[in-house]
Design a binder for this molecule. Sequence first.
Ligand SMILES: [Zn+2]
Length: 145
Amino acid sequence: MAYCTNCGKEFKSGEHFCTACGAKMAETAEKTYEKDVAENKVFAIFAYIGILVLIPILAAPKDSKFARFHANQGLVLLIIEVILSAVGAFLELLGGVLWILGVVLIPAGVVLQALPVIWMIIGIVNAARGETKELPIIGQYTILK
Ligand SMILES: [Zn+2]
């Protein structure tokens, strides 16, 4: 990630002027960011594919802010995925026993288990585009600095 030298706001990929204060992005920062994206895009994509998040965590260059950003997002997603899949499975089980509530519980369980797939697709698209956008809802959490 590159930051505005004037106000500190983060530059998204493809931006050459700060959206907050209008300052031009420093050329060195721009080059560094673009190089980071080009070299570490594969690591960033792996971050969203389940346990493969370990590849960017362990193998991506330590100074790659782009890979690190996506590794963190992927790790948060993996943890949420485990929780949602357990809760979803429990709801489906409960729905199977309490047959009246099953009408509500079983679809709710299916939705909870499907959510991570949507986040995964969003994350992969962001990584492939060279963007450092947070995932909706869960992307605000930081585990890896
Ligand atoms: Zn600025």
